[in-house]
Design a protein around this ligand. Structure first.
Ligand code: SF4
Length: 345
């Protein structure tokens, strides 16, 4: 199973495409995003998935693993369905094989009674699909909720002792760089425990695809989405809010040719943003333009891919800024993460 990484807490996803959603949002096709059919999930499916994860040789029972219900509006499922899905996880929580549950839902999909049930049955984290904090963007995107719903839900979740995640979508209809960064600032003020950034892409068969084909909606170019996400990550992480995902996951259905019609879709989107953030951080330590002709860069081993960037674009960026040729990038365990050593040759 691709999500199993030894020595790290796992998040084992259970996808419930469109389950509990009051309508289909204009940009959303959870079947393609998750490569799962939009049909109810039986508790036995949950049990089987978790048994399968536990049986994997790389399952480390000393870690605090989570089960995640994604892809729909979990808290708007019928109460009995919520209960039976969460109860399917209960035996795994009781014997310690899993630590807790997380789920995603809409900002207008919470009430105190449901939260009490979630709490009783092991849910620790609720992720809200806020998407934007600009009411015009939310209206034009036909989300059916406003920024105030997100603010109220975050407060309610905090009051009840949940960890809170916020999912945001730069580039929705009516959005702009300025509006999205204002959204990021408003979200920062709410101090969520984590944020995910999913730049808007045009998926075949959605209302957004129809608007795109009619010229009503213009997606953001890749470069703009990268810049905005880079700035967003810097702002959020400067305030100790981790950004745990950048860009849609690359599911087999989305990878099929012709499924993504437009927008900043790139399989390495997250890596490209992380590399840009890294390059912003190390820029003050680079030689000034024209100062030297050839350099060697020593970086922490884990940060070599960030320095190199996608297809060595990071190296080209350093060469452009310094005017020097980068002879090599060497992993060096004596360098702390976030630092570099530049040797002039
Ligand atoms: S964006 Fe969320 S609420 Fe809207 S259809 Fe998709 S899963 Fe449902």
């Amino acid at each position: 199973m691709s999500h199993l990484r030894p020595g790290r807490p796992l998040i084992v996803p259970v996808f419930l495409p469109f389950q509990g959603c009051p309508h289909r949002c204009v940009y959303c096709d959870q079947e393609k995003i998750t490569s799962r059919r939009a049909e109810p999930v039986h508790p036995s499916t949950v049990t089987n998935l978790l048994e399968q994860a536990v049986r994997s040789p790389s399952f480390d029972s000393s870690e605090k693993h989570e089960v995640a219900f994604y892809g729909g509006t979990f808290t708007r499922l019928p109460r009995a369905k919520i209960q039976e899905l969460l109860e399917a996880v209960s035996p795994f929580l009781r014997d310690g094989r899993f630590h807790s549950i997380r789920l995603s839902t809409r900002p207008d999909g919470l009430d105190e009674e449901t939260l009490l049930l979630l709490k009783q049955l092991g849910v620790w984290t609720v992720e809200l699909g806020a998407q934007s904090m600009d009411d015009d963007v939310l209206r034009l995107s036909q989300r059916g909720h406003c920024a105030g719903d997100t603010i109220r839900s975050v407060r309610l979740l905090r009051e009840k002792g949940f960890r809170v995640g916020i999912q945001l979508m730069p580039g929705l209809p009516g959005d702009s760089e300025e509006k999205f960064l204002a959204t990021v600032d408003r979200v920062t003020a709410l101090l969520p425990d984590m944020v995910r950034l999913y730049p808007t892409v045009v998926i075949k068969g959605t209302i957004l695809a129809d608007w795109y084909l009619k010229g009503i909606y213009k997606p953001w170019p890749l470069v703009e989405a990268l810049e905005v996400c880079c700035e967003s990550v810097v702002r959020l992480e400067r305030n100790a809010i981790p950004v745990i995902r950048i860009g849609l996951m690359s599911s087999p259905s989305l990878r099929e040719f012709g499924q993504v019609l437009g927008g900043p879709w790139h399989e390495a989107f997250g890596h490209m943003v992380r590399s840009s953030v890294y390059h912003r951080r190390i820029e003050p330590f680079l030689p000034r333009l024209g100062e030297t002709g050839r350099i060697l860069l020593r970086v922490h081993p884990k940060e070599v891919p960030l320095m190199r960037g996608f297809k060595n674009s990071g190296i080209r960026d350093v060469e452009l800024k310094t005017g020097a040729t980068v002879q090599s990038v060497l992993p060096d365990t004596s360098i702390s993460p976030g630092c570099i050593r530049v040797e002039t040759l």
